[in-house]
Design a protein around this ligand. Structure first.
Ligand code: FAD
Ligand code: NAG
Length: 504
C-alpha cells in the first residue's frame, strides 16, 4: 500500500492547524520528517487563536475538558492518561520560558493544563451505566483511587486526606446542594480538569516551528481551494485561493468541521455539527471579589450537570483569568445543510457545513432558544449568582462528528496520497499532545493496524443509527428548523436584586 514512497524528506502537506493538524505535524517532525507544511485559512500568527479576534475553529477556545474517564472505551482512557505526562511537561516548558521567547498570546505564568478536577453530577439520583463502566475501567487499570464517589464512606474519607483543607467541600458540592437539603450524587475525578485551548494551540504551533515545520497562514495564501490529482486519481498536492500550487507526497486533511466541505466523499462517515456555548462575564474583580473567588479553579471544578450528552447536556468551567464563565449545551447538536460542490469532481452534494460568526460571511452570532433555555434552567437552579448577571455572549462551536464518535485517521480508499485526520466528535482536544503519535504509526504501517488504527479506520455503515448522521437534512437537528434566541432571551426574567441580596 502506501508510504513505501514516503521518506523522511518527502513533502508532507497538512490542511488545518487545529488539534488534529498540529498534533500530526508535531509528531511527524519529532519522527524525523523534514518537509512539513501546514496550511490554515486563519492568520493564527496574528490572532493567536483568539475567538474574539476571528478564530472560529473548534480548537480555538478558552477551555476544554481534560478527562481520562471514558466509560468502557479503555483505549481513549489510556491515551488521555498518557497525554497527561506531556500536558505537565508543556506547563513546565512554558513556566520556564522567558516572556520574549514565547509566541504572541502566551506568558510564563500561563497554566495551559489545570488539574482542578471534574465533578460528574447525576441529576436522577443514581450513577449512570457509563459512570459505573468508568469506575470499572479505572479499577482495572489500578486508578480507582483517583475517583471519588460522592457519599461513599471510604472515598469521602480518602478525599479528606487527598485534597487541600476545605477544597473537597467546595469542589464536591459547588452548587451547595447539601445545604439546601438536595440530593448529591456523582463522581469527582481528581485526574481531570481543563486545558486552555487557544493557548495550548499556540504552544503546539511554537513547538512545531522549533522542529522546522512551516506554516502558511491566512485567507488567501493559507486557504486550500482544491486538491491536485495525477492522471490516476492520486492526490499529489493542493492549490490555494491565491492560485499557488504545492506538491505533496502525502496530504493530511485535518480541516475539522470543514473536512466534509472540502472533501464531500467523506460525508458517509463524518457530519459537521454545532455545540452551543454561552458566556457569563463576571463584574470587575474589585466589585465582585467573592464571585471571582468562588468560581476560581482553586475553588470550583469543571462540572457536568447530569451527564455531558444525556439529560440537559450541560457542563461548565471555572472562570477564566478574565472572569468569563463558559457553559456548554450539547443536548442537541445542530446541523446546517447546504449545497456543496466537490472541488475536484464538480459534483453537487447536500451536506452539513459550519456557519460560524466569521464564516462563510461575518454575522451576529445566535444560538438556539433550546440551548439558552437549557442553560438558564440549570443556572437558575445551581448558580443563581449568574442569573443576576445574565448571559453576556454566545458561540456555536462547529466540529465533525463521526458515525460512531470515534476519530477518523486513515487513507482515503484508492488514494494513498491523502489521509483524513478528523472526526474529533466533541472530545478530541485533550489528545493534542499525543494524537499525532498514533497518526505517525498509521501512516508508516497502514497494513498492521493497532488498536487506534482499527478504531480510527475508514468505515462505512449501511443503515441503522449512525450517531445522528442517518437523520440527514430531514432530521430534527436541522438548523433551519430551530428557533434562535434573541438577546432578550439572554436575560433572566427574575428580579436580579433578589440574587444580589442573597449573594452580595
Ligand atoms: C462546543 C465544543 C466543546 C468541546 N469540548 C471538548 C472538551 O471538553 N474536551 C475535548 O477534549 N474536546 C472537546 N471538543 C472537541 C475538540 O474541540 C475537537 O475535537 C478538536 O478541537 C478538533 O480539532 P480539529 O483540528 O479536527 O478541527 P479545528 O480545530 O476545527 O481545526 C480545523 C482547522 O482547519 C482550518 N481550515 C478549514 N478549512 C480550511 C481550508 N480550506 N484551508 C486551510 N485551512 C482550513 C480551520 O481554519 C481550522 O483551523 C469540543 C468541541 C466543541 C465544538
Ligand atoms: C499517480 O501516482 C501513483 C503513485 O505515485 C502512480 O503509481 C501512478 O502511476 C501515477 N499516475 C500517473 C498518471 O502519473
Amino acid at each position: 500500500m502506501t508510504s513505501t514512497k514516503l521518506v523522511k524528506d518527502s513533502p508532507i502537506i497538512i490542511v488545518g492547524a487545529g488539534v488534529f493538524g498540529l498534533s500530526s505535524a508535531l509528531h511527524l517532525s519529532q519522527n524525523g520528517y523534514k518537509d512539513i507544511t501546514v496550511f490554515d485559512k486563519q492568520p493564527y500568527a496574528d490572532n493567536a487563536y483568539s475567538t474574539t479576534d476571528g478564530a472560529d475553529a473548534a480548537s480555538a477556545d478558552f477551555n476544554k475538558v481534560m478527562r481520562m474517564s471514558y466509560g468502557d472505551e479503555i483505549e481513549y482512557q489510556r491515551l488521555a492518561f498518557e497525554g497527561i505526562k506531556t500536558w505537565n511537561a508543556w506547563n513546565d516548558g512554558i513556566r520556564s520560558s522567558k516572556t520574549e521567547d514565547l509566541p504572541r498570546g502566551l506568558k510564563p505564568t500561563d497554566l495551559i493544563w489545570n488539574n482542578c478536577g471534574f465533578l460528574r453530577m447525576s441529576i436522577d439520583g443514581k450513577l449512570s451505566d457509563i459512570e459505573r463502566a468508568t469506575l470499572a475501567g479505572m479499577t482495572r487499570e489500578g486508578l480507582r483511587q483517583t475517583q471519588f464517589v460522592l457519599g461513599d464512606a471510604e472515598d469521602e474519607k480518602r478525599a479528606r486526606s487527598h485534597f487541600r483543607r476545605g477544597e473537597w467541600e467546595k469542589k464536591s458540592d459547588p452548587f451547595g446542594r447539601k445545604k439546601q437539603g438536595k440530593e448529591l450524587v456523582g463522581v469527582f475525578d481528581s485526574t481531570a480538569g481543563f486545558v486552555e485551548a487557544s493557548k495550548a494551540c499556540i504552544w503546539a504551533m511554537h513547538l512545531c516551528r522549533r522542529n522546522g515545520v512551516r506554516f502558511v497562514l491566512g485567507e488567501k495564501e493559507g486557504q486550500v481551494s482544491t486538491f491536485v490529482k495525477n492522471g490516476t486519481g492520486r492526490t499529489i498536492g493542493v492549490r490555494t485561493i491565491s492560485g499557488a500550487e504545492y506538491h505533496s507526497e502525502l496530504l493530511i486533511l485535518a480541516a475539522g468541521g470543514w473536512t466534509p466541505y472540502l472533501f464531500p466523499s467523506v460525508s458517509p462517515l463524518l457530519e459537521t455539527t454545532a455545540g452551543s456555548v454561552v458566556y457569563f462575564q463576571l463584574p470587575p474583580k474589585d466589585q465582585a471579589q467573592d464571585l471571582w473567588d468562588k468560581f476560581s479553579p482553586e475553588n470550583f471544578p469543571v462540572f457536568a450537570y447530569g451527564g455531558w450528552s444525556k439529560g440537559h447536556g450541560i457542563g461548565g468551567f471555572p472562570r477564566t483569568e478574565d472572569g468569563i464563565i463558559k457553559i456548554g449545551y450539547r443536548g442537541t447538536k445542530y446541523t446546517n445543510y447546504e449545497d456543496v460542490q466537490d472541488p475536484i469532481t464538480g459534483v453537487k452534494h447536500r451536506i452539513s457545513v459550519p456557519k460560524t460568526k466569521y464564516w462563510p460571511q461575518p454575522h451576529d452570532p445566535a444560538i438556539t432558544k433550546q440551548a439558552v433555555d437549557a442553560v438558564k434552567e440549570v443556572v437558575r437552579e445551581a448558580m443563581p449568582e449568574l442569573a443576576a448577571i445574565g448571559i453576556t455572549g454566545c458561540r456555536n462551536c462547529w466540529y465533525t462528528d463521526s458515525l460512531d464518535n470515534s476519530f477518523l485517521v486513515d487513507f482515503v480508499p484508492n488514494d494513498d496520497g491523502m489521509l483524513i485526520c478528523s472526526g474529533g466528535s466533541g472530545h478530541g482536544f485533550k489528545f493534542l499532545p499525543i494524537l499525532g503519535r498514533e497518526v505517525v504509526k498509521i501512516i508508516e504501517r497502514p497494513g498492521e493496524k493497532n488498536a487506534y488504527g482499527k478504531l480510527w479506520r475508514w468505515r462505512i455503515k449501511e443503515g441503522g443509527p449512525r450517531n445522528g448522521l442517518e437523520q440527514g437534512e430531514a432530521g430534527p437537528r436541522n438548523w433551519k428548523k430551530q428557533v434562535m434566541a434573541t438577546k432578550d432571551d439572554w436575560k433572566f426574567r427574575e428580579n436580579p436584586s433578589l440574587y444580589m441580596e442573597s449573594y452580595g
